[in-house]
Design a protein around this ligand. Structure first.
Ligand code: ADP
Ligand code: MG
Length: 246
């Protein structure tokens, strides 16, 4: 199970997340939607501790980390949680000095200390899954945005994380390239990959999300099955947001 409970995050006097709780069902895709600045990226970054919340709890599987003001999070806990997650960023963030396959192998070699051959085999398998096997030896700079993002997805999946965190995975791409990334994410969704995905792209959300969480001003306004939130939103703020995008 994956659960974020009572997550609080402030930057200076900017209260960005106000006791946010989100349950992420295993094997499903949870879409995080909401206006720009509502705290979606910050919430994702709190799951893998790229940001440390001031209060609350993140639980993935058997790893549970609780936060309290003035209490430091142990390095070991950070590592334990990070090993349960993979992250896909809006702007891909591939290592420019490594080829596609080296990008996918890097975490396996450096963090998990896998032998090179085993890491290579796993990386090839994942590049194949995202349709990038024939570009295994290409440099990131020679790839289109959609191709780079597919490599980034393979890299995030390499250590077999419990949950794939995606922050606006298609928003830096023009529609055609976004389409190839959506296809890959949809295939992963069909295979039961657990995902928590912030997205502005309601078509992406509607096509693959099983659950939707609508965040506004750092608060969960509405959450539930995608069909309910998209089909019959209850809160007027959700209704306004959805109609503004469609
Ligand atoms: P979203 O992804 O929904 O657009 P963000 O999580 O990026 O929203 O931002 C929420 C708020 O947090 C914004 O007001 C933003 O300026 C602020 N914020 C995000 N990251 C930082 C940071 N590292 N330092 C200071 N403020 C930040
Ligand atoms: Mg964001």
């Amino acid at each position: 199970m994956i659960a974020l409970t009572g997550i609080d995050k402030t930057f200076g006097d900017n209260h960005v997340l106000k006791s946010v709780s989100v349950a992420v069902p295993e094997g499903g895709v949870t879409a995080l939607i909401g206006p720009s600045g509502s705290g979606k990226s910050t919430l994702l970054r709190c799951v893998n501790l790229l940001e440390i919340p001031q209060a609350g709890e993140v639980r993935i599987d058997d790893v549970k980390v609780t936060f309290a003001p003035g209490t430091r999070v142990e390095r070991q806990q950070v590592q334990a949680l990070r090993r349960k997650t993979g992250m896909v960023f809006q702007n891909f963030q591939l290592f420019p000095h490594l080829t596609a396959i080296e990008n996918v192998m890097e975490g396996l070699l450096v963090v998990l200390k896998w032998p090179r051959e085993k890491a290579h085999a796993r990386a090839l398998e994942l590049l194949d899954k995202v349709g990038m096997r024939e570009k295994a030896d290409a440099w990131p700079s020679s790839l289109s945005g959609g191709q780079q993002q597919r490599v980034a997805i393979a890299r995030a999946l390499a250590p077999a994380p419990k949950v794939l965190l995606c922050d606006e995975p298609t928003s830096a791409l023009d529609p055609q390239l976004a389409g190839e990334v959506v296809e890959v994410l949809a295939q992963l969704a069909r295979e039961g990959t657990t995902m928590l995905m912030a997205t502005h792209d309601l078509r992406l959300a509607a096509s693959i999300a099983s659950n939707v969480v609508f965040l506004q001003d750092g608060e969960v306004v509405e959450a539930g099955p995608a069909a309910d939130v998209f089909g019959a939103p209850r809160d007027p703020r959700t209704q306004r947001f959805i109609s503004s995008l469609t």
